[in-house]
Design a protein around this ligand. Sequence first.
Ligand SMILES: [Zn+2]
Length: 261
Amino acid sequence: MIGYTKSTTVPSSLKRGVRANTDNCDAYDADPTAYTKGVAKFDISNGIYGTDVVKRRLKADQHDKCGFCEAIFDANVAGDVEHYRPKGAIDTGGGKIYPGYYWVGYAWNNLSYACPDCNEYRKRDRFPLAVEGARARSHHDDLTKEEPLLIDPYGEADPRQHIVFRGEAPIGLTPQGTITIELLALDRTTLGRDRLLYLETLSVLYESVVLLENDVRPDAVDFVARVRAQLAAAVLPNAKFSAAAADHLTACAAGKTYLPT
Ligand SMILES: [Zn+2]
């Protein structure tokens, strides 16, 4: 997981959400109990927050990668516009809290792009906090008092300070890192297999450079330069699994390997 910088221009379709959000806040104020009991629910419209323009902008900001697992997956399955703070309910693990963070359902700073495995099957409505009592329950409450335990790919904190990789395995360095790995199953088998195959390829490239870096034959010099360029590209933000790649290549340079032998 790495951090991303969101485009400053709010996508045009979200501007329609400003009015819709005002209406939702007014509806809540007219009968808060109905919403907190889950009897009345907000219809946060996918036709506003999930439009092609929003998704395209998020995909561009995230280099086509899932904001959580860094996979590039859209050749096989469409991605989701994901709400960092869940819009319709909050799943605490012991039950659901209503009405969810309805007032940021159309907020640009609450959206990211995610693969279905991370978003639909793992995260869903979960949004754990360090102190449950600080949770904002309506648009009258202060979100800044919350201490989320799920890392926001667009947040102020660098995800790399919370999660490192030993080979293909993510390791939590902080409570936020550990809970994010667990909540999203960033260590799931399918993802670990893809990361492992990729890191093994990077290992071969790295070893090729070590083997040939003193070879003065022009073809060898050219080959080493091209491989070095590939390795340098693998740790850039637009590369898949860039955090795992960076930690793996750092380990290689230190003479360590955490990959299975
Ligand atoms: Zn993902």
